[in-house]
Every structure is written in structure tokens, then in C-alpha cells.
Design a protein around this ligand. Structure first.
Ligand SMILES: [Ca+2]
Length: 253
């Protein structure tokens, strides 16, 4: 099933990009970006810079942008994933391959994305999109809105191999600031219930007999003539303590 849709399971730091930028690859996901001067996912526009791709933690956000607030940038847990650049065209992608889904069943992937477009008047200035097994589409910022969570929702048929390759893409077309936030990704799907192959029968074990309990309320002690006996009560159940002087031995029957 889908891993780390809430971005709360940590990350790996990636090798430095130009400008000593260290991007964070969320656990369970593959992060990559369009290198400068490469086409933005096949479009005529090209990337000009490498976006910063990081986790924003709740305590790094003002209260009105935290979980549950009116302008929340976190939808689940205490982190959100942010992809942004202050002044450059860029593209980035998060990918995950989910296996073990029931072939032929229907599944629904939901990916909330929030774009901050600042004062860009171009409705195509920022776009985001989601693909499953190569099927998907771009949604431009004119449809996504500014500072609003847009929920990409894809219902798909699980192929025979039970695999869903998920690609989440964002791109910014102009040398203008753009921020994207992604959080609360869910996959509603049926796991393949085919039982795993049995390799060998487990060896037969003899049945274990429960220990029989006999109620004991008396301990018989035989003491030679002339030996004084002192009895005491302890808190240890089913335990008898025998204390002997150095010249006597115990003969336990
Ligand atoms: Ca989160």
C-alpha cells in the first residue's frame, strides 16, 4: 500500500544541487527535478533553476498555517512537503510504486496540492498533475486557485501485475516566485488477498500438557530431638525457606 502519504516519516538528504542546495527526499518516495535548460516534462518551456524541495514542520509555520487552521499548509500530522523557487522556472516530481494491489479492482488516489502563485497573472504560470501508470493530466493554477488545496483525484483499474506507479509533478513556467505544498495523499485500494505459497508444513509438536496444580496447605518437617523450631510467615507463595545452623544438614523428602 501507499507509504508516507503524510510526509511524517522522515527523509533522506540528497547530494547538493547547484548553490549548495540540499533537497529532502521523503521516505517511501523518489524525488527528482528537471535539470536547468531541460524541457519541463516535454513542454516547450524549459527549467531555469533547481527548486528547493523540503519538509516544513508545524513549528516553522505561523499558527494560521498549521494543521486545522484557516490557511493550513499541513493537512495531516505535523509536516508538509514544499517545492518552491523565488525567481526561476522549475519542475519537480515525487514518485512511488505501490505493489500488491488486487488485479482488476478499482482504486482511488487523492493528492492534495496547494499552489501559491503570488502576483503571476498567467493561469498557466504554475501547474500540477498526477499520473498513475502513465495516465493523468496537468491542472493549471487558473483551476487550482491561489493558496487553495486542490485535490487531484484519480480512479483507476489495477492492472494484472497489481502495481500502481504514481507520479506527482509540479512546474513553474516563468522567472517568478512559486510555492507548491503537497500533503495528505491517500490511496483507497484493495490489497491482493492471494495467500503466499506454503513452503513446508511445520513439524508436528506433541501437545503441551498444562502443569497440574495441587492445593498445598501443609509442609511436613521432621526435627531431631533437642532442636528448636522457629516458624515465620513469608509473602512468597509456594516457597519454604529452611534456615540451618552450620552443624546441621537438610534432608528434603
Ligand atoms: Ca503531513
Amino acid at each position: 500500500m501507499l507509504k508516507n502519504g503524510s510526509f511524517s516519516e522522515g527523509w533522506d538528504d540528497l547530494p547538493p544541487a547547484p548553490g549548495f542546495l540540499i533537497n529532502q527526499q521523503p521516505k517511501g518516495w523518489i524525488l527528482n527535478w528537471v535539470e536547468p535548460n531541460e524541457s519541463l516534462f516535454g513542454a516547450g518551456d524549459a527549467a531555469r533553476g533547481v527548486p528547493e524541495c523540503i519538509h516544513k514542520l508545524a513549528d516553522q509555520l505561523p499558527p494560521n498555517e498549521q494543521l486545522g487552521a484557516e490557511k493550513a499548509l499541513i493537512l495531516v500530522g505535523d509536516t508538509t512537503f514544499k517545492i518552491f523557487h523565488a525567481n526561476s522556472a522549475f519542475g519537480a516530481q515525487l514518485s512511488q510504486t505501490v505493489t500488491g494491489l488486487k488485479p482488476g479492482s478499482q482504486a482511488t488516489l487523492t493528492v492534495p496540492v496547494l499552489a501559491i502563485v503570488y502576483d503571476d497573472p498567467d493561469p498557466f504560470g504554475a501547474e500540477s498533475g498526477v499520473w498513475v501508470n502513465g495516465e493523468g493530466e496537468w491542472v493549471n493554477s487558473g483551476r487550482m486557485g491561489n493558496r487553495q488545496w486542490y485535490k487531484h483525484k484519480l480512479t483507476f483499474d489495477v492492472p494484472d501485475d497489481g502495481t500502481a506507479v504514481i507520479d506527482i509533478r509540479v512546474k513553474s513556467k516563468w522567472m517568478r516566485p512559486k510555492d507548491f505544498f503537497i500533503d495528505g495523499i491517500t490511496l483507497k485500494a484493495t490489497a491482493d488477498s492471494t495467500p503466499p505459497p506454503v513452503i513446508a508444513d511445520p513439524p508436528e509438536q506433541p501437545p503441551v500438557q498444562p502443569p497440574t496444580e495441587t492445593a498445598v496447605d501443609t509442609v511436613k518437617v521432621q526435627v531431631p530431638d533437642g532442636v528448636k523450631v522457629v516458624t515465620a510467615v513469608s509473602n512468597e507463595p509456594n516457597t519454604v525457606v529452611i534456615v540451618l545452623p552450620p552443624d546441621l544438614k537438610a534432608d528434603i523428602q
